[in-house]
Design a protein. Structure first.
Ligand SMILES: [Zn+2]
Ligand SMILES: [Zn+2]
Length: 244
């Protein structure tokens, strides 16, 4: 079992890298990643992408002290509709994990996502926003080696089927967020009709929530998603081990 989406004091989390890693070890997880917000997340993010290199050094130190795999990652922001992100390749190439998400409040987030849907927006406007957001995410998957898309469609209108097809082609997993489980049902219903892989994460912002995937896994079960399609769980891991 792995939790590859946790935040630390490097962005808007409460715990240190070591706090999160110890919490994960205590739960018996095999692997945990710290994935702090990239710099475009204005109030939540780190000041500069270069800070990720400090995160990496700290992760390497903690890794040597504990009996659990600790990975250095980032939750980068999609900025613009061309698929750009707020962390350059010369930084993310050093990391173990690249996750990306659209956060409407981030600087440079796709205009369509930033405005969000307003009740007075007509159908044409809504269609255009949905196309823009979907294009931004899919372009991102082709521009960067993205491991995981975080909380797809959270607060942003996205064509889930198009995104899931592209993610399947690119070998990118889509996240079932335990933190935002109450908003994930429609996404799971549509995405599971494709062959895309899923990944369930806590999106913990405090050590006590690290590894708490319960709401995400319960929702997946309720929506009829086959357990082995969630690749970070025991069932998904066995399937991976079988050569898929
Ligand atoms: Zn996020
Ligand atoms: Zn997050």
């Amino acid at each position: 079992m792995a939790d590859w989406h946790t935040h630390t004091v490097y962005s808007d989390g409460m715990g240190t890298v070591e706090d999160n890693a110890r919490a994960a070890q205590k739960l018996g997880l095999e692997s945990v990643a710290v994935t702090d917000h990239g710099p475009a997340a204005l109030t939540a993010g780190m000041w500069r992408a270069e800070t990720l290199l400090s995160v990496l050094r700290e992760v390497q130190q903690v890794r040597g002290q504990l009996d659990i795999e600790v990975l250095a990652g980032v939750e980068a922001n999609v900025v613009g509709t061309e698929g750009d992100i707020d962390v350059p390749p010369n930084i993310y190439d050093h990391l173990d994990l690249l996750s990306v998400g659209i956060h409407p409040s981030a600087a440079g987030a796709p205009r369509s996502s930033r405005k969000g849907l307003r009740f007075w927006d007509g159908p044409a406007r809504r269609r255009r926003d949905r196309i823009d957001n979907t294009k931004a995410l899919i372009s991102c998957l082709y521009l960067h080696p993205v491991d995981l898309v975080t909380h797809p469609g959270l607060g942003v209108d996205v064509d889930t089927q198009e995104l899931a097809r592209a993610a399947e082609k690119r070998g990118t997993a889509l996240e079932i967020s335990a933190r935002y489980a109450s908003s994930m049902a429609g996404f799971i219903d549509v995405a599971q009709r494709t062959g895309v892989s899923f990944w369930c994460s806590s999106d913990a912002h405090e050590p006590a929530s690290v590894g708490d995937l319960r709401d995400g896994l319960a929702l997946a079960r309720a929506r009829g998603l086959a357990p082995e399609r969630i690749r970070n769980t025991w069932a998904g891991r066995e399937r991976r081990g079988a050569g898929e």
